[in-house]
Ligand binder design. Structure first.
Ligand SMILES: [Zn+2]
Ligand SMILES: [Zn+2]
Length: 194
């Protein structure tokens, strides 16, 4: 079952190493997302229904799995590096998805609410606990096409890259002239062998 924001804050602080405005924002975002989808127990009874896309690798992102239970290692958390404090919550059962974006105005709102608090982080933490969902986030209902190979639980035979010999799981190979290549050998390598 869903917990209260203070209870999630304790868990988020433990997981993230500190409590910060980004964590509060991430928790609020996830709580609002699952609420809009009508999921009452995202990390428990409803855990197989939810996949979350996150669009930034910052504090807020760490807080989202605390509420949703969606983790990278369960293929239920997807990272798209768009540099936005935004996330899309997808209900696989009802085929619905909602994308939430943190509103640009919320920092200004925090300044206006608590001008007497000098620390920006403290100011925002306080305001992000209190502002309404509508003040914090813009909501967009969207359609997300998630292929079977991207769903939790997908299985496929393991393939060996014809060039480097490393094993490739879950159909991530690329066919070139009839040979299976890993994505690195196919040209997407992000590292340079020394
Ligand atoms: Zn942080
Ligand atoms: Zn390879």
């Amino acid at each position: 079952m869903l917990k209260s924001l203070p209870e999630y804050e304790v868990l988020a602080e433990k997981a993230h190493g500190h409590l910060c405005a980004g964590q509060i924002l991430g928790l609020r975002m996830a709580l609002y997302g699952v609420h809009l989808l009508g999921l009452e127990d995202p990390a428990g009874a409803d855990r197989k229904r939810l996949v979350t896309f996150v669009e930034i690798d910052r504090c807020a992102t760490d807080a989202i799995p605390i509420v949703t239970g969606c983790r990278l290692g369960k293929r239920a958390l997807k990272f798209r590096d768009f540099g936005k404090v935004a996330a899309t919550f997808c209900d696989l059962r009802d085929q619905r998805a909602v994308r939430l974006v943190a509103r640009e105005a919320s920092k200004q709102r925090a300044r206006e609410m608590y001008p007497e608090i000098a620390s920006k982080n403290q100011q925002q933490m306080r305001a992000y606990r209190e502002l309404s969902d509508g003040d914090l986030f813009d909501v967009q209902w969207v359609r997300v096409a998630i292929g079977p190979q991207d769903l939790p639980g997908y299985k496929a035979p393991r393939v060996i890259c014809a060039q480097c010999g490393e094993g490739i799981n879950f159909k991530r190979e690329v066919m070139r002239d009839g040979r299976p290549l890993c994505r690195a050998c196919a040209g997407e390598r992000y590292y340079e062998p020394l």
